[in-house]
Design a protein around this ligand. Structure first.
Ligand SMILES: C[S@@+](CC[C@H](N)C(=O)[O-])C[C@H]1O[C@@H](n2cnc3c(N)ncnc32)[C@H](O)[C@@H]1O
Length: 212
């Protein structure tokens, strides 16, 4: 488990040039409805199964997927959740998620850009941080962690997963993003429960539950 402090971690994994502008996701999705081949690549499909296997509970009341992309995770979460709120900063991504989740009655789709929160979010007991945190600039990342701590239900679990390397258009690498999420939430009283160190991605689960 990690024992670093937040201040130290801000310097972790700054390999390669820091970007000054995140990708224009809306333009990416308009040009290609699955830019990262989430629906077809064996890597993404295996990762999705590992994400689902690392969730500690069989069922959740409300999952929030705040950068839902194409919706492939949201539609699978719907099988284990009373309700899923799938949001993204890109309108086209949200439309793709709505299409992916058509016929699934318990997924609500919203356009919402972090660090803002969808107005009807409620108090999730599961939050997924999948492959987007490294695209947020320093202030947005800090605000996003603060808002997670603010909106999360008392028994909330956060699962974070990122490609472990440094995307050319990201502010930091996936390993650093994971360390930052875990350390910042731990400093707010959350407990690190799972660390999965895969060849190409890193996954962590933290929660704020008291366990006997
Ligand atoms: C690499 S994709 C990952 C999508 C999905 N979470 C997955 O794991 O397949 C990054 C996603 O983050 C979204 N995103 C980036 N910055 C965001 C922000 N500030 N608020 C909400 N969504 C954002 C993008 O629109 C895009 O859908």
């Amino acid at each position: 488990m990690l024992e670093h402090h937040t201040e130290q971690l801000l310097l972790v994994d700054r390999v390669g040039p820091a970007v000054s502008q995140p990708p224009d996701f809306e333009t990416l999705y308009r040009a290609n409805h699955d830019p990262w081949r989430v629906g077809t690549s064996p890597y993404e499909q295996r990762k999705l199964e590992i994400v689902l296997a690392c969730l500690s509970r069989p069922c959740y009341r409300l999952a929030w997927d705040p950068a839902c992309g194409t919706g492939h995770l949201a539609v699978r979460l719907a099988e284990r959740c009373d309700r899923v709120l799938a949001s993204d900063g890109s309108e086209t991504a949200v439309a793709l998620t709505a299409t992916e989740c058509r016929g699934v009655g318990n997924v609500t789709c919203r356009v919402s850009r972090l660090p803002a929160v969808p107005a009807d979010l409620g108090a999730p007991d599961l939050i997924l941080l999948s492959e987007f945190f490294y695209y947020l600039a320093d202030v947005a990342r800090a605000k996003t962690i603060a808002l997670i701590d603010r909106v999360a239900g008392a028994d909330c679990e956060v699962l974070a997963v990122h490609w472990r390397h440094v995307p050319a258009d990201a502010w930091l690498g996936g390993s650093g993003a994971q360390q930052e999420i875990v350390t910042r939430l731990a400093s707010l009283g959350w407990t690190h429960r799972v660390h999965h160190d895969d060849d190409e991605f890193v996954l962590d689960v933290v929660d704020r539950r008291t366990r006997s």
